[in-house]
Each structure stands twice: as C-alpha cells, then as structure tokens.
Write a protein that binds this ligand. Structure first.
Ligand code: ADP
Length: 210
C-alpha cells in the first residue's frame, strides 16, 4: 500500500508538537533601563533573533522629526531638551503600532512605558494578550555617561544627558516598581560586555519559560 494514502490526521501526533503548541504564548517584552543602558541595542538583537518587531518610541519620534511630519514638528523641541513627550501622544503611537498583525506573536518595547500612566495604558491594551515580561538592565551612572558621550546623538550633549537621567529617576524608575510588585521583572547587570548581556537575557527568558 502506498504510505501516502494514510491520512496524516490519523497518525498519533508527536508529543513535541503538542507541547510547542501549548507553550505558544506571545513573547511580549519590555526592555527597561536608563538612557545608555544598552536596551536599544539589546532590543534590536533580540527582536531579530526571535523574528518579532522591536518598537522603539524614541526611534519612531526621531523618524517623525526627520520626515517632517506634523507629530515630528510637535515633539522636536521636547526631544532636544531631554524632557518627555506627552503621555497621550506616545500612548496613541504605541496603541496604533500594537494593532499591526506582526505583533501577534510578540514584540520588544524599547523606551516605553516611561511613566505610570503609560504603563497603565499598556496594561489596558494588552489585557487580553497575555501582559508583558520586563527585562531591566542596571548600569552604573558613570558607565551610562561614558556610553552616551561616545554615542553622539543630537540629544547626547552633557546638559541634555543630565536632564534625561533626572527624568529617568523621577518619572521612569517608578514604572519598575509598578512591574516588580507584579513579579514580572528580571533585573540583569548591563555593565558587562554586549554579548554577555545578550546571553544573560536569553538565559533569563529560558528560565522564565520553565
Ligand atoms: P534613551 O533611551 O537614550 O533615553 P530614547 O530613544 O528612548 O532614548 O528616547 C529619546 C527621547 O524621545 C526621550 O528623551 C523623550 O524625549 C522621547 N521619548 C521616547 N520615548 C518616550 C516615551 N515613552 N514617553 C515620552 N517621551 C519619550
């Protein structure tokens, strides 16, 4: 008898396939840390490796400025000063982006949420999508300043860096507490070389998945 005449549906399903199917929860991640922690770089690498999109509010806002859009004109001075763009605007940008079908299997958020209202809005958006896991990169203040000084982006001048670090501890660090209370945070040492941090992120997620 031709073996092709056996209906595949009648064959016992391999165990491994069933297990994978059960575990297919979306990889909804927030990369968290002060400016210069390396979260943007790690988010890029992670997203490429896992075939999910990276969503960086900083990148989206800088592109809007570059493209000369209405939103770009609205936020240009804010970015130059190191202050935060208004919650309503960034929340609507992220909400719209997360409606795109490429986010269904997961995504990496970089630079969002940065305030408690942003975190609450993200919760509402993801209410029926499995919530988020947070990878927080901790870096010494002097290392942050050294890295940002090397990077040379337009908002990396010394006095703007100072403002961004102040905004981070005032507005953004409380977001970490918000997630910590929920037990969804993995804190990693971001002072180490890039590929060691990459390995640590992968190891942490494997542990989290069990
Ligand atoms: P970094 O991580 O180096 O601080 P980002 O690229 O994440 O840089 O952000 C650059 C700037 O874009 C911020 O200083 C802020 O003005 C604006 N921005 C980015 N994300 C947000 C956000 N979630 N809420 C408010 N402002 C934001």
């Amino acid at each position: 008898m031709d073996h092709l005449s056996v209906s595949p549906a009648r064959l016992p399903q391999p165990r491994i396939a069933r297990r994978t199917a059960v575990k297919a929860v979306p990889l909804n991640l927030v990369f968290f840390g002060p400016p210069g922690a390396g979260k943007g770089t790690q988010a890029d690498l992670f997203a490429a490796r896992h075939h999910i999109p990276k969503i960086s509010t900083g990148d989206i806002l800088r592109k809007a400025i570059q493209d000369g859009t209405r939103i770009g004109a609205m936020v240009r001075e804010t970015l130059q000063s190191g202050a935060l763009v208004g919650d309503d605007l960034v929340i609507s940008i992220v909400a719209e982006r997360l409606e795109q079908p490429d986010t269904a299997k997961g995504f990496v958020l970089d630079g969002f949420p940065r305030t408690i209202p942003q975190a609450a809005a993200l919760d509402a958006i993801l209410a029926d999508r499995g919530g988020v896991s947070v990878i927080a990169l901790v870096v010494h203040a002097d290392e942050v300043i050294r890295r940002l000084g090397r990077r040379g982006r337009e908002d990396d001048e010394a006095y703007v860096i100072k403002e961004r670090l102040e905004v981070y501890s005032r507005e953004t660090e409380p977001v970490l507490q918000y997630y910590r209370r929920r037990g969804v945070v993995t804190v990693l040492d971001g002072n180490r070389p890039l590929d060691e941090v990459t390995e640590a992120i992968e190891a942490a997620l494997k542990r989290a998945k069990g």
